[in-house]
Write a new protein. Structure first.
Length: 428
């Protein structure tokens, strides 16, 4: 296994050495390979991790080359310009909070693994992307490669819906209670990555001039939507609903019709008892999963009252919340299924504040950039982030290898637009 991994790393290294952008494309296409796990000595690793580190190593070695790194220009952009300087310090604050959480966590070894996989490596790849992606054509190609893995995962979900193949749980596999899991071990995994990427389907349709490519993306978007339905993820559907609502209101031509449809839909649900009951059971926490989440959040808040500064410790949530666990028949999940509680329990109050500052600045700069040039890329990134955060109210859309990369890829788009306004790197 180690020989195969080494061979893979060498080939990827040669590809990246030829052109760094090829390494970026490869990592995005290989996002699902975090499921391929092995150990290097005693250190657990994944194929995705090897991919990111290989590309980053070659990128770092190539930095002195003027086409990759211009010291004077980089200093001007990131240390002498307001927005990019702020991004630099906010990212540093985020890393610092995660690093402190890793070293004070009671589960020290597991915390270091989480720290490198969910914080350091995604941020390294974020740096590579910000440095390497220079044109809209390259950004478009990056998403083309990213959607290769997503397309495969969506296809597997659709096959599972009609066959029950490869679903690891008998309850999810049964026809009456079937929930697809795609490549992953549980149903919510695919919706977590697919939902925030749905806006980029429209971005790709707009960016590509080929009618064939546009048709393929329309089919992919429909496949992803079906896969989300087949996984029965209420959180993803709520996130998509919020994204559609914001997109409709944002676009001047559709603003009034979207507002009218939303109002009529709300009235219909409110005055139709079966629809009202169905809506409440799915989105007002009346189902079993909703009740379980309410109990989980209550336990988490009790734990945070006792440990408000350090939280539960990175990779230590299950141990930390155990004394406060009330539903003895229910398992203690790995995370509290809320993105804000996740950051508080995992990285402490400092980590939560760094995350909130990062997200707040994302929206502030996105609005400023939109008002300046009405970039469709900015609009797409904002809607993607809204979907991610709304879904994150009831799930875990960051603390996983591929999800953390997607989060920083969304931020990458805003940072690239900042560079476009401050330099001539970003060409059409």
């Amino acid at each position: 296994m180690i020989f195969l991994v080494l061979t893979f790393a060498i080939l990827l290294g040669f590809l990246t050495a030829h052109r760094t952008i090829y390494g970026v494309y490869a990592v995005l296409a290989l996002l699902p390979t975090y499921l391929i796990r092995f150990t290097v000595g005693t250190i657990p690793s994944t194929l995705l991790e090897i991919s990111i580190l290989t590309v980053a190593f070659v990128w770092f070695c190539k930095l002195p080359h003027k086409k990759i790194y211009n010291r004077a220009q980089t200093r001007k952009l990131f240390l002498q310009s307001g927005p990019l300087t702020a991004w630099w310090y906010l990212t540093l604050f985020f890393v610092l909070a995660a690093t402190i959480a890793a070293f004070i966590s009671p589960s020290h070894f597991a915390a270091l693994g989480t720290w490198k996989a969910y914080f350091i490596e995604p941020l390294i790849f974020f740096s590579v992307c910000v440095s390497t992606l220079r044109t809209r054509a390259e950004l478009r190609a990056a998403f083309d490669f990213l959607f290769i893995g997503i397309a495969c995962a969506a296809a597997i979900s659709i096959i599972q819906k009609f066959t029950g193949w490869w679903i690891p749980n008998a309850f999810w596999q049964a026809v009456l209670t079937r929930r697809t899991t795609s490549l992953y071990g549980y149903p919510n995994a695919f919706p977590l990555i697919a939902a925030p990427l749905m806006p980029f389907i429209f971005f790709q349709i707009r960016e590509h001039s080929s009618h064939v490519t546009r048709v393929l993306y329309i089919l992919l978007g429909l496949s992803m939507l079906l896969a989300i339905f087949f996984a029965k993820s209420d959180g993803a559907l709520a996130g998509l609903g919020a994204g559609i609502l914001i997109a409709g209101i944002w676009h001047q031509r559709t603003r009034e019709i979207v507002a009218l449809i939303t109002f009529l839909a709300a009235l219909t649900i409110f005055f139709t008892p079966p629809l009202k009951e169905l809506f409440a059971s799915h989105f007002l926490f009346q189902k079993f999963s909703g009740q379980l989440r309410l109990s989980m959040w209550q336990e988490t808040l009790e734990m945070l009252k006792a440990h408000p500064l350090q939280g539960g410790g990175l990779a230590n949530y299950q141990n930390a919340v155990f004394p406060y666990h009330t539903l003895q028949w229910a398992e203690i999940y790995l995370y509290p299924h809320n993105i804000f509680l996740n950051f508080w329990t995992e990285t402490g109050l400092l980590g939560l504040l760094s995350f909130l500052a990062l997200v707040a600045f994302f929206f502030v700069r996105a609005v400023a950039l939109w008002l300046k040039n009405h970039s469709f890329a900015v609009k797409t990134a904002v809607i993607a982030m809204i979907i991610l955060l709304v879904h994150g109210l009831v799930d875990v859309p960051y603390f996983k290898n591929d999800l953390s990369v997607i989060f920083w890829l969304i931020i990458t788009i805003i940072v690239l637009e900042e560079k476009r306004n401050l330099s001539q790197d970003w060409a059409s």
